[in-house]
Write a protein that binds this ligand. Sequence first.
Ligand SMILES: [Mg+2]
Length: 122
Amino acid sequence: MTSDQNDSEKTISFFKKEVNEFVQERNWLNYHTPNNLAQALSVEAGELLEIFLFKDYSVNDILKDQILKEKISDEIADVFIYLISLINSLKMDLTHIFQLKMNKNRQKYSSQEFNDGSFYKK
Ligand SMILES: [Mg+2]
């Protein structure tokens, strides 16, 4: 995969296949258990958070700093890769579970109740 490809050209199936092939080629399937993958996902999310620790970057700060932008991009990709591997290990369909959860979110945070920019956790 070349880096000039973008989101509009790829499907979730593509990412699931790419991650699965990467894991299979290295014989790492035994390590990619749901427990290990959930932990790895959290570790990578922590690495993403660490970049922002005690900083107050604006979007412009990030966009104009190529090194910072690459660090953030790498951690976002790590989170995504482990999320895809977790989905693969549980044989889930991301589109299906996404739609189910979005329906729950629409009911929980109805646009009738949350239409003025206010937010509170329900
Ligand atoms: Mg990382």
